[in-house]
Design a protein around this ligand. Structure first.
Ligand code: NAP
Length: 264
């Protein structure tokens, strides 16, 4: 059994992760943490009655008292780095789903893993369908280099564009390089009308109640378009990936970014 704790336990993703880890036969849910105090028993959060595992509000204390091997983090862009630093300093392997980490954050985690000989996994999207969407988009860009991305999320999301959209754009850029799309003299009558720009790829972020996590990658060619779309219609879609990552992370070599690198 692999000992797992969850950061962001009261959040939308955190609760789903508690349920998935608790129900998995190879994982032992030993601890949970959230900044909101309340000290709920996790069983009450996931409809299982009392389990004796209480949500703490100080990560260092939870780690020392529950001795996890893996820390799953679904918090927010400000909280995630202090949590990762604390986990690695205590020899705990982070599995990070929180989005909004910068390139320098990733470099720091890589370095910390090396120094402390701890492994970690960071994935902007744990849904297998989204991983396939990114892979297909990277392949399609070989033949159809003109592409724009529309990502659609619930209106409580803090970061834009989404981690998945950025990762998709990064992968497409590896295939097609950087260039400016659209008319060279196009003018935005309203700032932001053409979306954000990653190496020439326009990314449009929609935030509305009702959505979970969705993305379209639209390619345009002579007389044709190709749309690759993925929809996470519930947060359960991320759970097989999270559970799989918890089982794999302790045997990885340093930091791995992206679920696709551990699937085979
Ligand atoms: P959420 O509902 O706001 O949950 C975040 C929880 O973390 C809240 O309870 C929050 O408390 C708590 N928190 C804040 N600071 C903390 C800290 N220092 N330590 C521990 N807990 C802390 O957000 P969500 O929808 O679950 O999403 C969480 C993250 O996961 C976001 O970055 C989102 O983009 C990402 N995400 C990733 C994937 C993926 O597959 N990788 C999928 C879905 C979402 P407060 O409410 O008091 O701030």
């Amino acid at each position: 059994m692999i000992r797992v704790m969850v950061c962001g336990a009261y959040g939308k993703m955190g609760r789903e992760v508690l349920k998935a880890v608790y129900n998995d036969g190879d994982l032992d849910l030993v601890g949970a943490m959230d900044v909101n105090s309340g000290f709920a028993d996790i069983g009450e959060l996931i409809g299982k009655g009392k389990t004796g595992v209480i949500v703490g509000n100080d990560l260092e204390t939870v780690i020392h008292s529950t001795k996890p091997q893996v820390m799953v983090d679904f918090t927010n862009p400000d909280a995630v780095m202090p949590n990762i630093r604390c986990a690695i300093a205590n020899g705990v392997c982070p599995v990070v789903g929180t989005t909004g980490l910068s390139v320098s954050n990733i470099e720091e985690v890589k370095q910390l893993c090396k120094e402390k000989q701890v492994s970690a996994l960071i994935a902007p999207n744990f849904a297998i369908g989204a991983v396939l969407m990114m892979k297909m988009a990277q392949d399609a860009a070989k033949y159809l280099p003109h592409v724009e991305i529309i990502e659609l999320h619930h209106d409580q999301k803090l970061d834009a564009p989404s981690g998945t959209a950025l990762r998709t754009a990064e992968l497409i850029t590896k295939t097609r390089g950087s260039f400016r799309q659209g008319h060279p003299e196009e003018v935005e009558k309203l700032a932001g009308a053409r979306g954000s720009d990653y190496e020439g790829i326009r990314i449009h972020s929609v935030r509305l109640p009702g959505y979970v996590a969705h993305q379209e990658v639209i390619f345009g060619g002579l007389g044709q378009t190709l749309t690759i779309r993925h929809d996470s219609i519930s947060r359960e879609s991320f759970m097989p990936g999270v559970v799989f990552a918890c089982k794999k992370v302790i045997n990885l070599d340093g930091l791995i970014c992206g679920l696709e690198h551990i699937l085979n």
